[in-house]
Structures are given as C-alpha cells and as structure tokens.
Design a protein around this ligand. Structure first.
Ligand code: ZN
Length: 486
C-alpha cells in the first residue's frame, strides 16, 4: 500500500474556524509564528480528491450528516454561489450540513466544507451565514489547508483521512488504530502553536471580498463574529479544548467591521430558501415539538406576510413530525394557495402524503411539481423515491443509473438504487449498491457484509462476480489499513 505523502504544515488549520465557544482569556494567549505561502504543488489534485473523499467518509462515520434534501440543496446552492465569486482557479467544493447544535464550520481536504446546523440556526441573516461559508472557502482557495497535510504525511490514505477527521471534530474513531492516535498526539502541541492568526485574517479578508462580489452584506461578517463572542459566554467551559485555538478576537471583529463600513449601507433581503431551511432545521432538530410549535405559533402573528408564512410552514412541519397529518395538510395547502411558486410547499405536501402512506397522492403532487420546477433536485429525488414505493422501480432505476456518476458525494442515489433493485427482485445488484451506500457514509464494515451477502446468491454472472470481488477486496483493504492505523 502506497503511503500518502503530504505537504508540510499544520493540522490545526483543519480545526474549525468559528466557534461560539471562545473564552476571553484564550483571545490573547497564543503567540503565533508566521507561515509563508505554500503553492501546494506537492499534492496532486487527484490525491487531494482521494484524501477529501476519504475524509468525508470519516466525517460521516462520526457525525450525523444532514440527509434532508432541501437543506442539502440549499447549502450547496449558497456555497457554490459564493465559490463562483472567488478569484482563484475553478475547483470543486462539497458543502454539507452537520446536525450538531454547537456553532462550528470547517474546511477539510478536497474542498469539503461542513457547517453545523447549530451555526445556521445561530445566524440572524443569510449574509451572516454566507460570511462563515466564504471564510471557509477562503481557507481552501488560499491553500491554507495544504500546509496542514504534513502531520499526516507518514500515514496511509485511510488513516490520514481518519486522523484529520478525528482531529477536526475532536473525537477519536473507535476503529482508528494506535499508530494514528500516536501521530495525532505527537503533533498536537506543535499544531496548536502553528495555528496562525495571519491565516485567519486572510480568510476574513478574502472571504469578505467573495461576500461582496456574491452580493451579500459585508456587515454580516462582523455582526456574526459579535454574536459568536456573545454566545461564548453561554458555552463557557463546555468547549472542547482544541476548538479554543480558533478565537474570534476583538481585532477580527474590528478589522472586518472597518472593512465592511467602506461599503455603502443598503438592505440585503434574505432568500426565501434561507428562511425555509432554518425553519426546517429547527423542527427536524427539535427535542420538544410542543415547545417548537408554540414558538412558531407566536411568530405567525408577527412580521411581514412572508415571515408569517414561514412561521406557518414551521407549524406545518411540527404537525407533520407529530403525525398530525390532517393538520399538516391543511396548513401546507393553505400556504400553497398564497405561494404557488414555491417548490418547497409542493414537497411539504408530498412528504405529508408519503408519511401518511398515501403514495399515489404523493406521486401525483411530485409529478406535477417536477414538471413545473425541473431543476429543483429535491423534487426529482423525492419523485424517484416515490416511484420506487409505487411499483415503478424500473423507471426510477433507469433515471438514477443515468445520473449516478454526476454527483459522487451523493449517497442518497446509491440507497435509492439499492431500493429499486430490491423491488425489481434483483438482490445481487441491490446488495451491491447498498454496499456502495454504506461505504459512502463511512460504514465500510457494513459494505463488506453486504458484498458478502450478494456473493451468496446463485446465478451470478461473470461480470457481477468480477465487480463484487473487486469491491470486496477494496473494502477489506480499506478496513484493514484503518484498523492497523498506518
Ligand atoms: Zn478560519
């Protein structure tokens, strides 16, 4: 197994960036060495992509990644909008939401950028959220990350990825071997010292340029920093130690405020989608739906017509989650009459029908809506899933296969495909794609199990045999390396 050679630098840059968890004393405590610019030429784009993909699988293994299709579509859309307004070479990014109440965002190898749901909910405007994402994008485009690879340079790819993920999110993967842990420990002090204030300042500066070009409010950045600083008082001591290395300092706030004030003041309205996904995240993450319901009920009596509509949308989702299907349907139907051009309401109605097992009704809604909003992926994915449930797996399978390789990070497609093959009574293919799904979400041991199951069926042709054997060997090797920790 070849070693995955990486460049010099500090892993601590992977550590997240904004945390609402910073205490005042940390703000002035670290003397930071300067790190010169790196061109990052020692790692090929392909190697970085491999590391990034492996990193993402590890993140999947240890954190809950949001699977809601609309939340996914939104974070990709705002992320890509910002990414297209950077001055660097075009490159691919992968934006995702981590279901976690802590305020955090991070950038990993391969352009993988994670935003915690808690951070999204803590923003008070879309420009604040955009400022966090553009800051993370800047860490990637300014190649701050390249220098962070060195600490993992003696490790194999899976272990490098696992180590980076472990450091980033502050937990240790139970599968991660001793060697990797030692590597982490050996470097940890150095990494903390290597954390550079200049990188942070550069990410703020470059991030703000992106923010302005993408037509977001530059004041979103200092305003959010201030909110983080206020928040840190609530979090106090509950902060993982490693996150303390990324302080929101008074100078970051004043620097960004000064820069933002050079731009003339104007009003930047939030997008409808931003409001929708914040509402959805609040309901989906709620541990007490009654309280969440009361929260939205209060809001239905205030604000603009759109704000009241959003509050009602929240109420609809609370009803849906509480399985009060009739109430949910009533709310969404009423909303749809006033806002017929919002695909999210069609989705909400279809989800209500699906949850109450009225699949053909859901199918009718989705078919019509998809025709009307052909480019809204949550609709097409939901439509495919409903086709499978309603005995039209053949059609769904064809469509998924056609688009399978256009979006490599989308584990949902593999899962749907496994379901479609199951309905078509093709268990070998079904288990095969289920294995791919589990591999994508970092559960390699499950992937191995499913490939083994697939191999037990009779009637496997030569081609299937070859693929199953090849994937099995690949998964086993990945798992072995990870356990070995080198
Ligand atoms: Zn940062």
């Amino acid at each position: 197994m070849r070693k995955f050679r990486l460049l010099s630098g500090s892993i601590a840059l992977f550590l997240s960036i904004f945390t609402g968890t910073i205490s005042a004393e940390v703000n002035q405590s670290i003397e930071l060495p300067d790190i010169s610019d790196s061109t990052g030429t020692l790692i090929s784009p392909r190697e970085e992509k491999e590391l990034g993909d492996a990193f993402f699988r590890n993140i999947h293994r240890q954190l809950t990644i949001n699977q809601d299709l609309e939340v996914q579509a939104y974070i990709r859309s705002i992320g890509n909008k910002l990414a297209t307004h950077t001055e660097s070479q075009p490159r691919s990014f992968h934006f995702f939401v981590v279901i976690d109440k802590n305020l955090n965002a991070f950038a990993g190898p391969g352009g993988y950028i994670g935003i915690n749901s808690g951070l999204i909910l803590a923003t008070d405007s879309e420009s604040e959220l955009a400022s966090v994402i553009s800051h993370e994008i800047a860490h990637v485009t300014q190649r701050h990350l390249y220098r962070a690879f060195e600490a993992a340079s003696q490790l194999s790819l899976p272990t490098a990825a696992a180590t980076l993920a472990a450091i980033l999110i502050g937990t240790q993967s139970p599968e991660l071997g001793q060697a990797a842990l030692l590597a982490v420990q050996a470097h940890s002090i150095q990494q903390r010292i290597n954390f550079t204030r200049s990188n942070e300042q550069e990410a703020d500066r470059v991030g703000m340029q992106t923010l302005i070009k993408a037509d977001f409010d530059p004041n979103g950045m200092p305003t959010f920093f201030e909110r983080l600083q206020q928040n840190s008082r609530y979090y106090g001591q509950a902060v993982p130690e490693f996150l303390r290395t990324h302080p929101v300092t008074a100078s970051r706030i004043s620097d960004t405020r000064n820069r933002a004030e050079k731009h003339p003041y104007r009003h930047y309205p939030d997008s409808f989608a931003y409001r929708i996904i914040r509402t959805k995240l609040r309901v989906l993450g709620s541990k007490d739906l009654d309280t969440t319901g009361r929260y939205f009920r209060t809001l239905t009596a205030q604000g603009t017509p759109e704000q009241r509509a959003i509050a009602n949308y929240g109420l609809g989702w609370v009803a849906l989650k509480q399985q009060h299907f009739k109430d949910a349907e009533k709310i969404f139907t009423k909303l749809l009459k006033t806002l017929p051009d919002r695909p999210t309401l069609h989705i909400a109605l279809a989800e209500t029908a699906t949850e109450s097992r009225q699949y053909s009704k859901a199918l009718t809604i989705l078919k019509k809506a998809r025709h009307r909003f052909p480019n809204f992926t949550p609709l097409s994915t939901l439509h495919l899933s409903t086709l499978i449930k309603t005995g039209q797996a053949q059609q769904a399978r064809q469509e998924i296969l056609l688009r399978l390789h256009t979006d490599t990070q989308d584990s949902t497609r593999y899962h749907l495909l496994a379901q479609a093959y199951d309905k078509l009574q093709q268990p070998i293919e079904s288990y095969r794609y289920l294995a791919e799904y589990y591999y994508q979400i970092g559960r390699t041991e499950k992937a191995i199990e499913h490939i083994k199951t697939a191999k037990k069926f009779t009637g496997i042709n030569f081609y299937q045999h070859a693929i199953l054997d090849q994937r099995l060997a690949f998964f086993i090797e990945e798992e072995r390396i990870l356990k070995l920790g080198r």
